[in-house]
Write a protein that binds this ligand. Structure first.
Ligand code: AMP
Length: 194
């Protein structure tokens, strides 16, 4: 099962992706986390992406896609993956389809988590990551709003897009997602671990 968690920064993608990964026994891939780790390690990838991440700008598509492609070819991701924070642009969505098709895979479902803007800003300021200062949050929301619609349209056309109200507690939102997955991905759902 390949599930994409889509939504603005602060809607809870990371938390929900983690819970889904545990529930279905498949890994979670967060491009933002991969970049933060690369920056912490001081790797060449870290050097290349630092400026974008620190300023709430999108890392160039080729760089992000290369990171995802490499991960999805690794054995832990062969049986499936919860993608969090990728794809974020139409180019990335198209690149994802192409790279999955090369190994006979495809995106099963795209969950669009929707949370009100005041709640997003409140949650992000509480989280307190280095890129969670108010100006950078506003920049990230601005970038997100600009890039979002083409990606949503792309998946809506494929009949894969489901909107979920994320204005609730973590467990309630998790259950909403699980209910949708069990309706929409019935065969793969049988591999669920708990
Ligand atoms: P996130 O943890 O998903 O909020 O991502 C943190 C930062 O990493 C973003 O503000 C971007 O600078 C960068 N980033 C993460 N995923 C992507 C992506 N799919 N495309 C471009 N930039 C990304």
């Amino acid at each position: 099962m390949i599930l994409v968690l889509f939504g603005a920064p602060g809607v809870g993608k990371g938390t929900q992706a983690q819970l889904l990964a545990e529930r279905y026994g498949i890994p979670h891939l967060s491009t933002g986390e991969a970049f933060r780790q690369a920056i912490r390690e001081g790797s060449s990838l870290g050097e290349q992406v630092r400026h974008y991440v620190d300023n709430g700008l999108l890392v160039p598509d080729e760089l992000v896609t290369a990171v995802v492609e490499q991960a999805l070819e690794a054995p832990p991701y062969r049986n499936g993956c919860i993608l969090d924070g990728f794809p974020r642009t139409l180019t990335q969505a198209q690149a994802l389809d192409e790279l999955l098709a090369r190994s006979g895979r495809h995106v099963d479902l795209v969950i669009n988590l929707i949370v009100s803007e005041e709640e997003i800003v409140r949650r992000l300021l509480l989280r307190g990551r280095p890129d969670d200062t108010e100006p950078v949050i506003r920049q990230r929301l601005h970038v997100y709003n600009e890039q979002t619609q083409p990606v949503l349209d792309y998946y809506a056309c494929q009949g894969k897009l489901i909107a979920i109200d994320g204005n609730a507690d973590i467990e309630t939102v998790h259950q909403r997602i699980v209910d949708i997955v069990s309706q929409r991905v019935p065969v793969r759902h049988a591999t669920e671990q708990s």
